[in-house]
Ligand binder design. Structure first.
Ligand code: SF4
Length: 119
C-alpha cells in the first residue's frame, strides 16, 4: 500500500509517496523527497508519528492561565493521555519560562514546560 505525505520541514513542502509492506506496515520506499530530512520525516510519520502539544493550565489564585507545551514531541497516540494529565494540573507561582511544571508526563519521558514566566 502507499501513503501520501507532505514534508513540513521547510517551505518547499515536498509531496512524498511512501510504500508500505501490506502485512508488516514496514516502510519499503520513499519517493518525492528532495533531501534526506523528508525521507526521515516520512518514515517517522508512517511508523511512529510525533506531535508537540500546547495548552493552557490554571494558576492557583489567578484568573489568568499559564501557557505550557511539551519540551519535545510525544507519540501522537498519547495525546489524549497527555491532555488528560494537563486537565488535572494546577500551577503555583512563581514559574520561570522553560521551567518544568509536570515531569515525564504519562511516562512518555517528556516534560511539560512553561512557555512564559509567571510571577
Ligand atoms: S524533503 Fe527536504 S526540501 Fe523537501 S520539504 Fe522536506 S526538508 Fe524541504
Amino acid at each position: 500500500m502507499t501513503q501520501q505525505i507532505t514534508c513540513i520541514n521547510c517551505p518547499v513542502g515536498c509531496r512524498m509517496t511512501v510504500t508500505l509492506d501490506d502485512a508488516t506496515k514496514a516502510v519499503l520506499s520513499v519517493e518525492g523527497n528532495t533531501c534526506p530530512r523528508g525521507k526521515n520525516y516520512a518514515i517517522q510519520e508512517c511508523t511512529l508519528p510525533l506531535r508537540m502539544i500546547t495548552a493552557v493550565v490554571p494558576v492557583a489564585n489567578s484568573a489568568t492561565p499559564l501557557s505550557v507545551k511539551t519540551a519535545s514531541p510525544v507519540p501522537k497516540k498519547r495525546i489524549p493521555d497527555v491532555m488528560n494529565a494537563l486537565h488535572g494540573l494546577i500551577v503555583h507561582a512563581p514559574v520561570s519560562i522553560g521551567q518544568v511544571v509536570l515531569p515525564d508526563v504519562c511516562g512518555t519521558g517528556v516534560d511539560i514546560i512553561a512557555t512564559r514566566p509567571l510571577t
